[in-house]
Write a protein that binds this ligand. Sequence first.
Ligand code: HEM
Ligand SMILES: CC(C)=CCC/C(C)=C/CC/C(C)=C/COP(=O)(O)OP(=O)(O)O
Length: 301
Amino acid sequence: MKMPERIKNYVLVAKPGIVLGNLISAAAGFFLASRGRVDVGTLLATLIGISLVVGSGCIFNNCIDREIDRKMIRTRNRALARGLISLKAAVLYATVLGIAGMAMLCEATNLLSVLIVLAGLVIYVGVYSLYMKRNFLYSALVGSLAGAAPPLAGYCAVTGRFDMGALILLAIFSLWQMPHCYAIAIFRHDDYTAAAIPVLPVKQGTAAARKYIVGYILAFMAATMLLTFGGYTGYSTLAVATVLGLCWLHIARSGYKATDERLWGKKLYVFSILTIFILSVMISIDFTPPVPTEMLLSYGR
Ligand code: HEM
Ligand SMILES: CC(C)=CCC/C(C)=C/CC/C(C)=C/COP(=O)(O)OP(=O)(O)O
């Protein structure tokens, strides 16, 4: 195999799209907590550290899933499924990335952030990938906890404590992931059936999934509002998040009449990515500055 092809395989096995998504959400958590006073060195080290650990988790996931990935059209060309990268090399690669990422986080952040990222890795690899994905109808709920780890860790890298802002971020990102996952399961229905992965939209049908999706989007919208009402972001975030939520809800509800369920699922999925991207940008730029007493306290430190 030629070198550029080999490098491409090693990049893709870490699922760069997912790593980028998590990088953006981790940055949003960091910026939100920084309230305009960004320590660039800590920011860079935190984002690189989190990305390395997320990449490591994705490679471990590819190792564990190489058999089922062969059965799905979407994943059958993955390097491990095709045997283009050996299991041994992939495990070594994931271990190196994981250790490098954790070391960076230990150096640049705090114990809380490190533990959150470690918990995310253990949940994604050890709980979701190794067991839940194949056996549990509600595995996405478990996976969504792992997916919320990067924004939480980004936030706690600045605050050093788990406060109301962290709880709101956990709610927002966990709730967002549920319609995201169910939308994928709807438009990739045949893949999940072929691999016998028990996702709710396949097991209980699209009509039942639609009800969950609408409920999760409503809960997600309520959680985003807490950011502004809790004093973490301004009214621009409230307005943008509400408009995004209403549009997402409109697409979800139009599913009640959708003739092409696959196309409807795809639209819901594409909009989920757009929603979390725009929301992350808003959270990053529309923070509320610290009140004067907080500033005095931090200058005194
Ligand atoms: C906050 C956490 C998450 C983020 C930021 C995120 C972000 C993304 C992004 C950016 C993509 C498109 C990039 C690509 O195709 O490579 C994607 C695709 C995907 N996500 Fe997520 N995701 C998250 C959580 C989840 C969860 C919990 C699940 C399922 C349990 C999930 C399942 C998938 C799948 C299967 C795809 C591939 C879709 C396809 O192309 O068919 N994601 N995600
Ligand atoms: C700190 C840390 C490591 C956090 C985890 C971040 C992360 C990777 C979030 C995504 C969670 C998730 C369940 C994705 C789907 O995997 P899948 O196996 O269902 O997707 P696939 O079918 O595309 O492999």
